[in-house]
Write a protein that binds this ligand. Structure first.
Ligand SMILES: O=P(O)(O)OC[C@H]1O[C@H](OP(=O)(O)OP(=O)(O)O)[C@H](O)[C@@H]1O
Ligand SMILES: NC(=O)CC[C@H](N)C(=O)O
Ligand SMILES: [Mg+2]
Length: 485
């Protein structure tokens, strides 16, 4: 399976707009600002008076739409679009979204999904028994098949009944000839926001950075369990369930979302700065300079510098022109990938004691390579500070980390990792420090966040994944292993 040169794989990005003559172009622009959420494939479906047009393909948005004719072939007053990073199913074109479904009553409908369903295997089996023929292999399609086979009377009732059969993480955008609909799972694992254009067009998308991109004003977050219905008459808010428990993914704040996005009222950049400040308090160290690992940890590094009083400098740069290289998943090639991407500004680091701040360690490839690079550039010492807790447990709700095997934090203690990456010291942020840095989203015991990757406390049963999880935990002794720290 091809694998990108990244420790953490992104999720997916959604963008939809209803009531604008330039719908497909605005969807392209919105998706462009969500490209960080998925780089495997992209697609847009436009709605021209009830007639759908679709373009989709493998690769980055700019690659998929490099032929200008593709955009001109998407006329209409509404559109939905998607950028994908697979969590389920293969990497082929059939799994690139939006997906299309026949809908005899009205013609057809399209859907796009961010997240990962935890009962997809079970549902697929049930639907197969009923004779359903699948068009793709990912989990996303299941909602469309459930709607098509539902005995409810109209589209919204069919949708609501179907959403109630899904488990796991799902932010969905759907479009029929007459409406655009958004729905969010009962835990609200993924961010989903509503905005409005000056001329009244409604936008629904994964992050506020996409609203900014198209000049839309933020209206509100989509709440867990909600179904948002947008028609030519405006927007209505409905529910498929009120049995909800907000557990938004803490990794959105740590790494995934763009720093200029605001998720549920909290600026991602400011939250990351607070994470950096918190690890500076939890694990102080004497040093000459703080440097961050571009790009994702720069906010946390600034926060560390501000809280510690140690000055921040640009000790590393990221090559802006690194081609999107898909490589075989071997460690040697991953190291080469990181080396093509990151380099050191020697004048900042030579002869200095350095605090190196990163947001996360997944396999340890990045920190291992960078510590060596800094030392070769003359750094006296390198103290690594990670602005999130030790990543030990898989995510089943939409991030492509579904096994503990490659997580260095699941397999080694912090002192062992420190030695493996060649650092002079290593410290991670505590789970409590992380939660406080993001801030309370509500007064529930989990403060509205999912921190399962760090503490193994999943907010839902794991369904299809439970048996595999139990055996990995037993194999690694993970819960007892917490005392490895
Ligand atoms: O331990 P590893 O397996 O190397 O993975 C961890 C690294 O991966 C992520 O960065 P990424 O390479 O995605 O780049 P970015 O910060 O520019 O998004 C993360 O921010 C760490 O730097
Ligand atoms: N990362 C995602 O949100 C992926 C959506 C869906 N599970 C897929 O694999 O296509
Ligand atoms: Mg990074």
């Amino acid at each position: 399976m091809p694998n990108e040169i990244k420790g953490l794989n992104e999720e997916c990005g959604l963008f939809g707009i209803w009531g604008h003559d330039n719908a497909a172009q605005l969807t392209y622009d919105g998706l462009h600002s969500l490209q960080h959420r998925g780089q495997e494939g992209a697609g847009i479906v436009s709605n021209q008076g009830g007639q759908f047009h679709r373009q989709r393909g493998l690769g980055l948005l700019g690659e998929v739409f490099s032929d200008p004719q593709k955009m001109t072939s998407l006329p209409g007053h509404a559109a939905i679009g998607h950028v994908r990073y697979a969590t389920a199913g293969n990497h082929g074109i059939a799994n690139i979204q939006p997906m299309y479904f026949d809908y005899p009553a009205e013609g057809q409908f399209a859907l796009a999904h961010n997240g990962n369903l935890t009962n997809a295997t079970h549902l697929r089996h049930e639907l197969k028994e009923k004779g359903v023929q699948f068009q793709a292999t990912s989990d996303s399609e299941l909602l469309g098949e459930l709607i098509q086979t539902s005995s409810q009377k109209d589209f919204i009732e069919q949708l609501k009944a179907s959403l109630n059969q899904l488990r796991g993480g799902f932010a969905y955008l759907l479009m029929t000839p007459k409406m655009m609909v958004a729905a969010l799972d009962p835990n609200g694992f993924r961010p989903l926001v509503i905005g409005k254009m000056n001329d009244g067009a409604i936008v629904i998308c994964s992050e506020t950075c996409a609203l900014d991109q198209v000049g839309a004003t933020f209206v509100r977050d989509v709440e867990p369990g909600e179904v948002i219905i947008v028609t030519d008459d405006g927007m209505t808010i409905d529910h498929f369930t009120t049995d909800t428990h907000l557990s938004i993914c803490s990794m959105e704040y740590i790494y995934f979302a763009r720093p200029d996005s605001v998720i549920r009222g909290i600026s991602v950049h400011e939250a990351r700065k607070r994470m950096g400040a918190a690890i500076a308090k939890e694990a102080p160290v004497k040093a000459d300079v703080v440097i961050g690992v571009p790009n994702s940890s720069l906010s946390a590094a600034i926060g560390y510098a501000q809280a510690s009083g140690i000055h921040y400098d640009m000790g590393m740069i990221k090559n802006q022109y690194v081609a999107r290289t898909f490589i075989e998943p071997t460690q040697a090639k991953r190291v080469r990938g990181v080396s093509m991407k990151l380099s050191v500004v020697r004048s900042v680091v030579a002869g200095k004691d350095i605090v190196l701040v990163d947001d996360s360690i997944v396999r340890g490839t990045t920190s291992g390579y960078i510590v060596g690079l800094l030392k070769r550039a003359g750094a006296k010492s390198v103290h690594v500070r990670i602005a999130s807790p030790v990543l030990k447990f898989p995510c089943y709700y939409g991030i492509d980390i579904q096994t503990t095997k490659e997580l260095i934090g699941a397999n080694h203690s912090v002192p062992e990792i420190c030695q493996m990456i060649g650092a002079d010291s290593l410290a991670y942020l505590s789970v409590d420090g992380l939660v406080k840095s993001i801030g309370d989203l509500n007064d529930q015991p989990n403060h509205g966040l999912c921190t399962a990757y760090f503490d193994g406390k999943y907010p839902t049963p794991l369904y299809d994944y439970q048996a595999g999880f139990d055996s990995e935990v037993a194999r690694l002794g993970l819960y007892e292993g917490a005392n490895k720290l």
